[in-house]
Write a protein that binds this ligand. Structure first.
Ligand SMILES: [Fe+2]
Ligand SMILES: [Fe+2]
Length: 257
């Protein structure tokens, strides 16, 4: 059951705060459900996966209740899909001081969406980088080929929350939704098909799991579906490690023997 919901705090130590940015029932009919997140440190904000056109008014409303959009320093995009970037022109207007962070592979593609993007885009190198937000650091973690060839997860060091882009995405059937994974085995049924078809490479997926284990995140928050916390973080990483995806699954189907 989907009901309108405003932002929900994932972390708050007084100085540093992280929020999931809500949902509206009507979104279910318009397109795949998406998650947006806001990290605030002191008086600076970073909007993670700002989202597409039809979620913009909801995200803006919920961001504005937490921090003036003029204090958003970064618009952080894991990759170039429409459900991630399509609201960019609107964000440029409402968050005039924000810089766009996106893989360097997409820097020359972004101007096709936003005429004003020249000089406002930070191209993240393939190996990743660090962004300073107030007194905190958000790391861009390479997630290439999962699924875009230039793809990053974002790790908020202070909260231990990993924003995992489409990795961990669940496609809910219409009318179904929940914020946190409770029954992992049931939740796998909503993730499996998505990962097999949208993720490109088993090798890339296993490399990502290895790098994420070193970070030891407390929470994994994907761009679609539900959030993993507590023992479900480990269960999720174990499941990914055993999964075959992309061309390894579909080679025969696409190209025959
Ligand atoms: Fe995507
Ligand atoms: Fe997505």
């Amino acid at each position: 059951m989907i009901r309108n919901m405003n932002s929900y705090p994932l972390y708050d130590d007084g100085e540093h705060r992280v929020y999931w940015l809500g949902i509206e029932e009507a979104e279910d009919e318009k397109g795949i459900l998406t998650n947006q997140y806001l990290v605030i440190d002191g008086n600076e904000g970073a909007l993670i996966e700002p989202g597409g056109f039809f979620v913009f008014s909801r995200v803006l409303k919920n961001v504005s209740s937490l921090i003036p959009p003029t204090q958003i320093r970064y618009l952080m995009y894991s990759h170039q899909d429409p459900d991630v970037v399509a609201g960019l022109n609107l964000w440029f207007e409402y968050a005039p001081l924000a810089k766009v962070a996106v893989s360097k592979l997409w820097v020359r593609f972004i101007p096709h969406m936003a005429v004003l993007s020249a000089g406002r885009t930070i191209g993240i190198p393939d190996k990743g980088t660090e962004f300073k937000l107030g007194n905190s650091v958000i790391k861009a973690i390479p997630s290439h080929y999962l699924h875009s060839p230039g793809n990053f997860s974002f790790y908020d060091e202070k909260s231990g929350i990993l924003f995992s882009t489409d990795i961990g995405a669940a496609a809910f059937p219409e009318g179904e939704w929940y914020l946190f994974v409770e029954d992992f085995e049931e939740h796998v049924k909503l993730m499996e098909g998505f990962h097999q078809r949208y993720m490109s490479s088993t090798k890339a997926l296993r490399a990502w799991v290895r790098s994420v284990r070193k970070l030891n995140p407390k929470v994994i928050a994907p761009q679609h579906g539900a959030i993993f916390r507590d023992e479900n973080v480990g269960k999720f990483l174990d499941w990914l490690e055993s999964l075959e995806v992309g061309i390894d699954v579909f080679e025969k189907e696409f190209y025959g023997d």
